[in-house]
Design a protein around this ligand. Structure first.
Ligand SMILES: Nc1ncnc2c1ncn2[C@@H]1O[C@H](COP(=O)(O)OP(=O)(O)OP(=O)(O)O)[C@@H](O)[C@H]1O
Ligand SMILES: [Mg+2]
Length: 297
């Protein structure tokens, strides 16, 4: 559907699913830069989904439910969007905590309604549950009243719906150990997306610095400065660099690399609970390294 998407598809989907979450379309997806193991898992899965006939001949179906885990900003949503785009289907992004929070006492029926709509949907919409732990927490230790009862109902509704749903389904979480074991088992795939390694970090910096053409040494030094950062923070850093290059001279700000990165470090930081990347934990030596590289012409 990506190229020949009818103009009405998005508005049809928003009409049908707007109360449940946000619709993202195939044409808006960006490919994430992934570590080799995640890339291999993705490649295998896409291959499998394109080989449905062969699999059915031996009584198998392509896997369709994937649990994505990993720290914030490493690409869980981006990856799910990319996969659904590769398959040409739109994706409904559901904020799990909104289902629990907004409709206390009715979450189970709300979940049922959403899945029914998805099963009827003619565009084959994929479902993406963000912050899935908010919805699928372990049931151990739950009582039988109020909020506990509500939690148990949610889990039961989810289990039933996961068994019935044939379409593509993703869930994302930062805390896999909190997911209910029975729900966990319904996911045929669990992919962990961790922080990027040096090669991925370099590629991410290069991608987000475009259209600026930056010397390889400078890309390497910027990537080293952001050692330990999630891709989302690396992207912010690259955007800060580009912003400074465009606006710095007009604002009378220095546009040498150490000054830009120092200003960036003063105005951004890693997510709560994440380790500090090099630019923050060893700022002085990182800025000294950045001062050594040949930057833009
Ligand atoms: N692996 C990646 N390669 C390139 N860009 C990435 C990657 N991961 C994240 N980004 C960029 O960082 C931003 C945040 O990514 P995304 O929302 O996918 O992270 P997430 O893992 O879903 O985070 P959260 O746990 O907060 O929901 C996006 O703009 C995306 O383009
Ligand atoms: Mg996300």
């Amino acid at each position: 559907m990506a190229d020949s998407e009818p103009a009405s598809a998005r508005s049809d989907l928003e009409r049908d699913f707007g109360t449940h979450g946000e619709i993202v379309m195939p044409g808006d997806a960006q490919p994430p830069i992934l570590t080799p193991p995640v890339r291999a898992a993705l490649h295998q899965w896409l291959f499998e989904m394109n080989a449905e006939t062969e699999l059915r001949a031996v009584g198998l179906k392509p896997r369709s439910r994937c649990l994505l885990s990993g720290p914030p900003g490493c690409g869980k949503t981006t990856l799910a969007h990319h996969i659904t785009a590769r398959l040409g289907v739109p994706m409904l992004v559901i904020q799990s905590h909104e289902i629990v929070g907004m409709y206390l006492g009715q979450s189970g029926s709300r979940i049922g309604k959403m899945f029914r709509q998805a099963r009827r949907d003619r565009y084959g919409v994929a479902l993406f549950f963000d912050e899935f732990d908010a919805l699928a927490k372990k049931r151990e230790g739950l009582g039988s009243q109020g909020a506990d009862n509500e939690r148990a109902n949610i889990t039961i509704a989810l289990l039933q719906e996961l068994d019935r749903f044939d379409g593509l389904l993703f869930a994302a979480t930062n805390v896999t150990k909190e997911i209910d074991a029975a729900i966990w088992r319904r996911f045929q795939m669990q992919i962990e997306i961790g922080l990027p390694g040096p090669a991925e970090r370099y590629a991410i910096v290069k991608m987000y610095l475009a259209p600026f053409e930056v010397a390889d040494d400078a890309v390497g030094a910027i990537a080293a400065a952001l050692d330990g950062a999630a891709p989302s923070l690396i992207k912010e850093g690259c955007e800060a660099i580009k912003r400074s290059m465009v606006l710095g001279p007009k604002m009378g700000l220095p546009t040498d690399l150490p000054s830009i990165m120092d200003r960036f470090a003063n105005s951004a930081s890693a997510s709560e609970g994440m380790p500090e990347p090099a630019l923050w934990s060893a700022r002085r030596s990182v800025l000294a390294d950045l001062a050594q590289v040949e930057w833009l012409a």
